[in-house]
Design a protein around this ligand. Sequence first.
Ligand SMILES: O=C(O)[C@H](O)[C@@H](O)[C@H](O)[C@H](O)COP(=O)(O)O
Length: 258
Amino acid sequence: MAEVPVGKTKADLQIFDTEEDLSVSLAKYTAELSEKFTKERGAFTVVVSGGSLIKSLRKLVESPYFDSIDWAKWHVFWVDERVVPKDHADSNYKLAYDGFLSKVPIPPGQVYAINDALSAEGAADDYETCLKQLVKTKVVDLLPASGFPKFDLMLLGMGPDGHVASLFPGHPLLNENQRWVTYIKDSPKPPPERITFTFPVINSAAKIAMVVVGAGKSDVVRRAVGSDTGSDMLPVQMVSPAVGATTWFLDKEAASKL
Ligand SMILES: O=C(O)[C@H](O)[C@@H](O)[C@H](O)[C@H](O)COP(=O)(O)O
């Protein structure tokens, strides 16, 4: 595993021959963190994105992880969600439920979907209120230095334009530094209305896994973890945990321009 400078911090870089190999390693990494945080905190707070990431979590529902993980300690959140009903084809909840959550015994009350009856603004407020409550009850950790929630693990994907969560290149939301959860109504990637964690929350996480697969992302991977810094800072280049660590899981196509 190589350590490379990314933004202000260093990140571990793992490159796999195939996405299949990547998914095996991602399951091992996640299971080890589940054990560590469950032991340390009595809970494991996991944040997922939408997109291809969910498919790459498939090994967690297989042996040996299905049996060894203490699923009852898991609390699952979304780094971003589309403002659509939970049974809509565009829903990140539905994607994660169908591909992962329906196959593991996480207590349903510990799976924090957005309130799909609300507007984008209302759903962002509601999700932030829910997180604040969970910080109060110490289910979610707090990073005292930042005053933002410190999730144990964020499993993030990256778009071919370098977006993470629903934080898109050049968008004013990149500079949001007060809110924990905010909303966007003009997402360049459809559907347009979404809610998203902000950078201060992402960068307060204990561990971040950036999971990126395919040749279509190789240029942005080079900008993000290579020496090619370019002019404008891409959202993915702003992923820079204050006290935590980032691990990149790349297949060889995504890493082909490094
Ligand atoms: O709701 C979303 O659109 C996602 O959360 C988004 O941020 C995603 O993670 C990236 O776009 C990567 O998606 P792919 O891995 O499918 O390219």
